[in-house]
Write a protein that binds this ligand. Structure first.
Ligand SMILES: [Zn+2]
Length: 159
């Protein structure tokens, strides 16, 4: 039997930070297609997406919060409403983009990634979270994207 590597939290304490987290989810509907997909996801289709945002702080504010839930709504959920809700997400390198953008330019959001749930989660943490939570003292450390009730993808910053 393979032995798991020994993990000593004392020796590795430099890598460990205490974090307190809060999580809020938000639902939107959006279309996409996965360019290069072997099967039906190559077709334009949509999902009722659910995004779970986990925000962390190293300490609580004066009344005991990481961040008020309404701030998560204003800064992250609203970003989804403004940028992705009821839009068609297409990768900037998608061969269909050039034609579709001529027909329905207002319906399309051009993404710098093939719009899988995995890439959306990564982009939301690395780019959107960093931008939207700037100056708050909090960090978006995790995002889980549910495409259906059965299928999710997530991206998480590990300290
Ligand atoms: Zn899909």
């Amino acid at each position: 039997m393979a032995k798991l590597p020994f993990y000593n939290p004392v020796e590795q304490k430099v890598l460990i930070r205490n974090m307190i987290t809060v999580t809020r989810y938000h639902d939107i509907s959006a279309g996409h297609r996965v360019a290069g997909h072997e099967s039906k996801c190559k077709h334009i289709h949509g999902h009722n997406y659910r995004f779970h945002f986990t925000v962390a702080a190293e300490c609580l504010d004066s009344i005991g919060r990481v961040m008020d839930f309404s701030v998560i709504k204003d800064k992250l959920c609203q970003w989804l409403e403004d940028n992705y809700d009821h839009k068609l997400l297409l990768w900037e390198n998608d061969p269909l983009l050039k034609q579709l953008i001529e027909i329905v330019p207002d319906d399309i959001v051009i993404t710098p990634f093939n719009p899988t749930a995995e890439n959306m989660a990564k982009y939301l943490v690395e780019i959107v979270g960093t931008q939207q939570l700037q100056g708050t003292g909090c960090t978006l450390v995790k995002c889980i994207v549910d495409e259906t009730r059965k299928c999710s993808a997530g991206y998480e910053i590990k300290y």
